[in-house]
Design a protein. Structure first.
Length: 190
């Protein structure tokens, strides 16, 4: 008997909402056959990052060739730093064919692009509850200049305005509760 086709899960939310932490714990704790889609990027690997696990690290010309050949479900240059990020269509389709629930942790614009191809995707928007809380979290990190912080908050405000385009909204105020809520939410899908 053939394996049932997997499901596509899109998780978005502003920077600082805790998406990556939630997704990492969801992968560890939720009993569904979840897998995180590995994105491609043109940025160089950071210390400890592994090609194919953290990202598919591509040269600018490799990335451009894949873009021209239509190999991405979505891609864009992020935060004007000159680096491209994207979701490879073949990575997603291979996971779905194998019965996995493929998680895309992508921004709202990427999500809207993917939904044009995969309107059946389960979409979840994660946020901290308010722009003020988001700013508090970003400041707490201590990794952003005031200019970068202002830009992230502007982008976050634009992303929050797109929240209504998602099937589900999850407010991340407590990681354990958020992971449990998200797992229960996904288990509702046959």
């Amino acid at each position: 008997m053939a394996k049932p086709r997997g499901k596509l899960v899109i998780i978005s939310g502003p920077s600082g909402a805790g998406k990556s932490t939630v997704v990492r714990k969801l992968l560890e704790e939720c009993p569904l056959p979840l897998t995180l889609s590995v994105s491609a990027t043109t940025r160089p690997p950071r210390a400890g990052e592994v090609d194919g696990r953290d990202y598919w690290f591509l040269t600018s010309s490799e990335f451009a060739a894949k873009r021209e050949q239509g190999e991405f479900l979505e891609c864009k240059e992020v935060f004007g730093r000159g680096y491209w990020y994207g979701t490879l269509a073949n990575t997603v389709s291979a996971g779905l064919r194998s019965g996995k629930w493929v998680i895309l942790e992508i921004d709202v614009h990427g999500a809207m692009s993917v939904l044009q191809i995969h309107p059946e995707a389960v979409t979840v928007f994660i946020h901290p509850g308010s722009v003020e809380e988001l700013e508090r979290r970003l400041r707490q990190r201590g990794t952003e200049s005031e200019a970068n912080l202002a830009r992230r908050l502007q982008v976050a405000t634009e992303e929050l305005a797109m929240m209504h385009r998602y099937r589900h909204e999850v407010i991340n105020q407590n990681i354990e509760k958020t992971v449990a809520e998200l797992c229960a939410l996904l288990q509702q899908y046959p």
